[in-house]
Design a protein around this ligand. Structure first.
Ligand code: 5GP
Length: 219
């Protein structure tokens, strides 16, 4: 597949909750202004400090499901009792503008994107162990016992699927993980931004909807 294909400028970063996807991306987004982190929609309530439109679009269940019915998500999945989805419209417009787009999503959604856009680059970040993962989730201090238990149970399933993805990166040493994702990202950067796509072409076929952009997720 040619790197000129727009969806080859789409990076999916997946892996269990708490593995450090957000931390790795924060470091990389600071380095590359031409990389845009998609802002997801969720039915999960905001954590302290999270802002609507920046960390997530916080929606009630009905609104979320209406958007699903209208085909506005590139993918969506249930996770730990809540729904999460990637709005397709903003991704289309960023790809059209020649940007590199990053999705930070759980594994089921990543599989959906892979089926839909096979040239998207898929990276699975894995923890050194489940115990280390649990420690990280607890240290974050933002989840109830019930939410921690659900996330760990889900992590077991997700880890079993790691090998489905193009790249599996161990997040044992944070700087090393950042450098490995960085190398992948650099390999995806277009040489002449915006030239690959004619103005009337849609990078993601068969997807409706457009939306507003946020500034990225913190966690
Ligand atoms: P959290 O509740 O900790 O913010 O997110 C829980 C999990 O949902 C994390 O693994 C996160 O990466 C994932 N997630 C966030 N946004 C999306 C999305 O749009 N789609 C999917 N499938 N997963 C998402």
């Amino acid at each position: 597949m040619s790197l000129a294909e727009p969806s080859s400028r789409l990076l999916i970063l997946t892996g269990p909750s708490g593995v450090g996807k957000g931390t790795v991306l924060q470091a990389l987004l600071a380095r590359y202004p031409q990389v845009w982190l998609s802002v997801s929609a969720t039915t999960r309530p905001p954590r302290p400090g999270e802002r609507h439109g920046r960390n997530y679009f916080f929606l009630d269940h009905q609104t979320f499901m209406n958007q699903v019915a209208r085909g506005e998500f590139l993918e969506w999945a249930e996770f730990a009792g809540h729904a999460y989805g990637t709005p397709a419209g903003p991704i289309q417009s960023r790809l059209r503008d020649g940007k590199t787009v990053v999705l930070e999503i759980e594994v089921e959604g990543a599989r959906q994107v892979r089926r839909r856009l096979p040239t998207a680059v898929q990276v699975f970040l894995r923890p050194p162990s489940l115990a280390a993962l649990e420690e990280r989730i607890r240290a974050r201090g933002s989840d109830s016992e019930d939410s921690i238990a659900r996330r760990i149970a889900r992590a077991r399933e997700e880890l079993a699927r790691a090998e489905e993805f193009d790249h599996v990166i161990l997040n044992g040493d944070l700087n090393r993980a950042i450098a490995e994702v960085d190398a992948i990202l650099q390999g995806m950067m277009p040489t002449s931004p915006g030239r690959e796509q004619g103005p009337n072409q849609s990078p993601i076929k068969g997807i409706k909807g457009d939306g507003t952009a946020g500034q990225g997720r913190s966690g």
